[in-house]
Design a binder for this molecule. Structure first.
Ligand code: SF4
Length: 135
């Protein structure tokens, strides 16, 4: 995937960040959202987002378990700038769940449109698939 497309993904992420900030979800920095097994959820992302993430994320050890994200260190994300849509939108704040769903749907459509326009294959899978090179 080209640098030009990666920059377009990052531009879409900026819009996402603005929309999430405007919604104002509360984060108590528990870090549980990145420890998938403990929190009981799975982080899905597209191949285009995975390529954007891996182009700028720090090194990590393989194989990656589905249980937690290897980029979380001390409850903080070490891949903040290129982190995928779901990481940017997801907060455990119960008052924000409906808005979270709306923002996710809207920007998944935008990312899919970009992939279609640019002829980038679209594969949607859990994070560890991509980190283990299975995506
Ligand atoms: S990329 Fe960052 S925000 Fe996303 S799951 Fe990993 S540590 Fe959490």
């Amino acid at each position: 995937m080209s640098e030009r497309i990666r920059l377009q993904v990052l531009e879409i992420y900026k819009e996402v960040d603005r929309e999430v900030a405007a919604a104002g979800p509360v984060c108590v920095a528990s870090g549980r959202c990145c420890r998938f097994k403990e929190y009981g959820h799975v982080l899905y992302l597209s191949s285009m987002e995975a390529e954007t993430l891996l182009a700028a994320a720090p090194p990590y050890e393989q194989p990656v378990t589905p249980d937690f994200c290897p980029f979380q260190k001390g409850n903080l994300c070490t891949a903040r700038e290129p982190r995928p849509l779901s990481c940017r939108v997801y907060y455990c704040d119960p008052n924000y769940q409906e808005k979270s769903g709306e923002i996710t749907e809207k920007y998944l459509r935008r990312l899919k449109q970009l992939a279609d326009t640019e002829g980038v294959p679209w594969h949607y899978a859990p994070l560890h698939h991509f980190l283990n090179g299975e995506g």
